[in-house]
Design a protein around this ligand. Structure first.
Ligand SMILES: Nc1nc2c(ncn2[C@@H]2O[C@H](COP(=O)(O)OP(=O)(O)O)[C@@H](O)[C@H]2O)c(=O)[nH]1
Ligand SMILES: [Mg+2]
Length: 219
């Protein structure tokens, strides 16, 4: 009996989250903004990838919403680069949800469209379960963290619209089995592109930018 009640409550929370997520998505789209939900484990390079993309995106207006359990370290670093950034601290919660994004969005006054990056909490599990108004989910993984992640955390790989394989500069020094990794991804997700980059060496980003800009114009 207790178990049954728990499932119903969870469904209601998800329904409410999805309702707000649709509202956010409509607001973003009506202002010409394309939102990217950036997912990945702690330290995988989410902030580094966001910085690398924004530094190459030219005149396109960009905002970042930074999700962290505590601290504003990434927000301070992004603001120091001149990037407009809003901090959300969840104080323990392992994912961002739609209500927290709704109350943190800029008003977009005077903007003529652009990109919103939402850096989710560092975690490969819960953030994949919650829509937060995004147009696409970008999953960041790294060669330094093992090739078994698609097998262990399938939902994140199933839901990703784009996968960035970061820290490729470290590939000669780690035993990353690329074939095993790719087979694991393809068993879950036949179409999502996998882009190999190094945020340290700033390699591989041209293809990522082209893909994002094309996708932005399709949606
Ligand atoms: N060698 C190497 N280090 C990287 C790369 N990308 C990020 N890092 C380092 O990984 C650490 C975590 O990066 P960060 O972007 O803060 O990860 P986040 O916690 O996912 O946002 C930092 O010390 C970065 O300098 C990369 O492509 N190569
Ligand atoms: Mg970060």
């Amino acid at each position: 009996m207790e178990d049954t009640k728990r499932i119903i409550v969870m469904e209601n929370i998800m329904d409410e989250n999805d309702r707000i997520s649709i509202m956010i998505n409509e607001k973003l789209s009506s202002h010409g903004f394309f939102a990217i939900n950036v997912l990945g484990a702690p330290g995988i390079g989410k902030t580094s990838v966001i910085k690398s993309i924004i530094s190459r995106i030219g005149d396109t207006k960009c905002y970042v919403v930074e999700g962290d359990i505590e601290s504003d370290i990434d927000t301070v670093a992004l603001k120091n680069l001149g990037i407009e950034t809003v901090q959300i601290n969840t104080h323990g919660s392992c994912h961002l949800d739609a209500p927290s994004i709704l109350s943190s969005l800029p008003d977009f006054k005077g903007d003529n469209g652009g990109l919103v990056f939402i850096e989710n909490i560092g975690n490969l599990v819960c953030p994949a379960e919650f829509n937060i108004g995004e147009h696409i989910k970008m999953l960041i993984v790294s060669v330094a963290d093992g090739s078994d992640k698609p097998y262990k955390y399938p939902l994140a790989f199933e839901k990703a619209d784009i996968i960035i394989l970061n820290k490729c500069d470290l590939q000669p020094y780690v035993d990353f089995d690329e074939e095993y990794f790719t087979s694991g991804v393809r068993a879950l997700n036949k179409i999502t592109p996998i882009f190999k980059v190094s945020s340290r060496g700033q390699t591989g980003y041209e293809e990522v930018i082209t893909w994002i800009m094309n996708r932005r114009h399709i949606l």
